[in-house]
Ligand binder design. Structure first.
Ligand code: COA
Length: 317
């Protein structure tokens, strides 16, 4: 048994925050942000919108696209590093609100959270332990930002994306590869938590951007080489590259390694910013709905994030 994606959905909060607006809060400029990152605008969740609310809207949209209802779902996996609560996990909150049953848990792998969640759901379906999974990437990164730190607050945004992953005779997911290396933990972190010494402090995200940049490019290039080699693919044979949207320069370097022109790369960073685990399913849904990605196309999704964690997934859509 294999798994295939039968529907996609996304949700972007209404409030758009432009680079020019940010330039009134911190010492930055639209020009710096656009040329260094590719971002023009990001969206910010309303005060009464938590991660599970964004996830719920993306989930209903994916269910509608697949022609299924909540009762058909027997597994919910949510990739997020900005959960509503410490417990219950976001997937359980979604279950309760949408009337779903079965397995439900969240995966904490930062920007790689969706690829981790998708890979786990695929394994459950391959083993026959689930038939129809709702896989979500959802984040309210705005809640984790220090709005006085220009090196991070200009980069991130909020949003959610979801896919329905159903059991199928043919793949679907052809290949996935996950990795992590904890020795880089200090380059990108939000250093407060429940059991750390900083109990009670509000977590804020810190990043040594240019050091992260170098490791990200190196890691993603190695990952691309592995995907091509292990699947007997030549450069240029992927139809669509659907990357994590952290920085357009990182994406361009990886696309070059794949032998793909930028016309075959799904870029949403301009309008979404970096939405961490939500960025890949949001990019996927954007390109499915605007008609670029069609049934039968070969897609490569890949991500890199705090940890460091990384992952890739080759999908016959
Ligand atoms: N506006 C204006 N100037 C800024 C700025 C901002 N928002 N943020 C930083 N700068 C300044 C720096 O202070 C530095 O000034 P200096 O040269 O006087 O010291 C200069 O811009 C260059 O900073 P640097 O950090 O070297 O820039 P960069 O080209 O590496 O771009 C990032 C910064 C964060 C955009 C880039 O490093 C990046 O995208 N990193 C990886 C992000 C990522 O992949 N994360 C993992 C997944 S979430």
């Amino acid at each position: 048994m294999y798994s295939h994606v039968s529907g996609t959905g996304m949700y972007l909060p209404e409030r758009a925050l432009t680079n020019n607006e940010l330039a009134k809060i911190v010492n930055t400029s639209d020009e710096w942000i656009r040329t260094r990152t590719g971002i023009e605008v990001r969206h910010i969740a309303a005060e009464n919108e938590a991660t599970s609310h964004l996830a719920e809207k993306a989930a209903y949209s994916a269910l509608e696209a697949s022609g299924l209802g909540p009762k058909d779902i027997d597994m919910v996996v949510v990739g997020t590093c900005t959960p509503d609560l410490i417990l219950p996990n976001v997937a359980c909150l979604l279950q309760e609100r949408m009337g779903m049953t079965g397995i439900a848990f969240s995966v904490e792998a930062a920007c790689s959270g969706f690829i981790y969640a998708l890979t786990i759901a695929d394994q459950f379906i391959r083993l026959g332990q689930a038939k129809c999974a709702l896989v979500v990437g959802a984040e309210t990164m705005s809640r984790l930002l220090d709005w006085g730190d220009r090196e991070t607050c200009v980069l991130f945004g909020d949003g959610a994306g979801a896919v329905i992953l159903e059991a199928a005779e043919n793949p679907g997911i052809l290949f996935s590869d996950l990795g992590a290396d904890g020795k880089h933990r200090d380059l990108l972190c939000a250093d407060a938590g429940v059991s750390s010494l900083k109990v009670g402090e509000t977590a804020k995200l810190h990043m040594k951007g240019n050091e992260v940049f170098k490791v990200a490019v190196r890691t993603l290039e190695a990952m691309v080489d592995k995907v091509l080699l292990e699947n007997g693919l030549e450069q240029g044979q992927i139809d669509w590259f659907v990357p994590h949207q952290a920085n357009v320069r990182i994406i361009e370097a990886t696309a070059k390694r794949l032998g793909l022109p930028m016309e075959r790369v799904i870029l949403t960073i301009k309008e979404h910013g970096n939405t961490s685990a939500a960025s890949i399913p949001m990019a996927l849904d954007t390109a499915v709905r605007d008609g670029r990605i069609k049934r039968g196309d070969l897609l490569l999704m890949e991500a890199f994030g705090a940890g460091f964690t990384w992952g890739s997934c080759l999908l016959r859509y």
